[in-house]
Design a protein around this ligand. Structure first.
Ligand code: 6GU
Length: 250
């Protein structure tokens, strides 16, 4: 998986990506990240990349020229490909990123990100690059760099070889539309709080059942919107109905 990031803050991207699991994947070569500084491509003699919006209004708009020239440099670097690489423009005006989109993107060989700043990007640049506009949630950030890093992190862990065998085991964790059960490690007692005794019992079937129930409970409490899509057994459905009626009673 090769990521290309068009940005005004390349050091921010590299500093974030070279840490932890993505850093290890960069070292081993299963993923690559290359940044392109949009400012390097401006024809404006003072190095400006933005200007006032036509029609007035607050803030500045990133101009089409440096972005389009930057994009051409990226495409030249990628070279000939079977299909046109996806160009993702990070914007709160986009469709919302999720695990399903991540799995789709993880199949690509090359992905290009365009990180915007200021009040946005000249719409013609987005049209010319045929961008796919993506948001990471319903809140507003100062720029597209953090969203690009979040997306690269999420996509990377789906690329074969990025996670170790142990880590890969829970790659499906969000797929079945249930939140994770609570985890505990040593010691058995900490500040008066004990590990649930069932986890020390060694009875694998009971532990599995307990974990599934805690997952269902937690999902009902904080993400009930996920439950209609969750894959539950008849017994688990009955357990859920019981929880729901308990909640109504209280
Ligand atoms: Cl992709 N960009 C910015 N600037 N803010 C956001 C976002 C993206 N997604 C959520 N908020």
């Amino acid at each position: 998986m090769n990521f290309y990031v068009m940005t005004l803050f390349p050091e921010m991207i590299m500093e974030g990506m070279k840490t932890s699991i993505t850093g290890r994947a960069l070292q081993s070569g299963v993923i690559s990240v290359e940044t392109f500084n949009i400012r390097d491509y401006t024809n404006e003699k003072h190095g400006h990349v933005d200007d006032y919006p036509y029609g007035g209004g607050a803030g500045m708009v990133m101009q089409a020229q440096p972005i389009c020239d930057c994009y051409e440099a990226v495409m030249k670097k990628i070279g000939e490909t079977e299909k046109k690489p996806r160009v993702i423009y990070l914007t709160p005006q986009g469709k919302v990123f999720n695990q399903k989109l991540a799995s789709e993107y993880a199949k690509d060989e090359n992905i290009i990100f365009l990180c915007g700043h200021y009040e946005g990007v000249d719409e013609r640049a987005l049209e010319l690059l045929e961008t796919e506009n993506v948001s990471i949630g319903d809140y507003v950030l100062t720029g597209g760099e953090l969203p690009a890093m979040i997306m690269m992190d999420c996509i990377s862990r789906l690329v074969p070889g990025v996670l170790g065998k142990e880590e890969s085991a829970d790659i499906e964790s969000f797929h079945d539309n249930l939140l994770e059960y609570p985890q505990y490690t040593r010691p058995v007692e900490y500040r008066g709080l004990s590990v649930p005794s069932i986890l020390l019992s060694g009875h694998h079937a009971n532990i599995e059942k307990w974990r599934r129930e805690r997952s269902i409970e937690r999902t009902l409490k904080v993400r009930p919107d996920l439950l209609p899509e969750a894959d539950l057994s008849d017994k688990e459905r009955a357990f859920l109905r019981e929880l729901e009626s308990d909640r109504k009673d209280n």
